[in-house]
Design a protein around this ligand. Structure first.
Ligand SMILES: [Fe+2]
Length: 201
């Protein structure tokens, strides 16, 4: 598994290729994932951090929609990082349905079929779920309540038919980690209140 320092370096190189708010978002996901993993007492904190930092690494290839999942998967597989590659594909799918992506479908039909089979054949573990959760609570400036981040995504991508099912799935994932941590995960993360009160637009 990539070490945290190596992952930091990978992100640095990637944002040189494609600078953008995804850098701070990725750092925020990684830091929040580490804090939650620590509290569970059962998860590997470095693995949580690295998975969070690398989940959007496909964005190194440029501004993309769903294609960034495949670019990240291919890049991480090329480095022999299968566990992280998996996170690149699963992080947007609390529902195992390839048609529930918020954003542009700029991949091929073959890639879409591959992803559907990949999601169906895989039992999500706590790392898949943790990065799905952290992606859904992490703005570039840090964690906020999930409802705020979901509205942020909806303002950018609209409200497709599956939106409520996907929101409910994210909320279930949060409850899963509340249980694992023995507390409300928001109490573990810095500045949730300030970030949640900040204007989105
Ligand atoms: Fe993300």
């Amino acid at each position: 598994m990539l070490r945290p320092k190596e992952a930091d370096r990978e992100l640095e190189l990637a944002v040189r290729l494609n600078p953008g708010p995804w850098e701070k978002h990725s750092i925020s996901v990684a830091q929040n994932a580490r804090l939650i993993a620590e509290k569970t007492g059962s998860m590997d904190c470095d693995r949580a951090y690295v998975s969070g930092l690398m989940h959007d690494i496909g964005r190194r290839a440029g501004i993309r929609g769903i294609l960034h999942l495949f670019d990240g998967y291919d890049y991480m597989m090329g480095m022999g990082q299968e566990e992280i590659a998996r996170i690149c594909l699963t992080h947007s799918f609390p529902l195992k349905d390839v048609n529930t992506f918020f954003g542009k479908y700029d991949c091929t039909l073959e890639q879409k079929d591959f992803l559907q089979q990949f999601l169906e054949s895989r039992e999500y573990d706590d790392y898949d779920l943790l990065i799905q959760l952290c992606d859904a609570i992490s703005l570039p400036n840090g964690a906020c309540i999930m409802e705020k981040r979901l509205v942020d995504v909806a303002l950018r991508h609209g409200l497709p038919d599956f939106t409520l099912d996907k929101w409910r799935a994210f909320m279930e994932t949060k409850k899963h980690f509340d249980r694992l941590c023995g507390c409300n995960i928001y109490t573990l993360l810095p500045n949730v209140m300030d970030n949640s009160f900040a204007d989105l637009i």
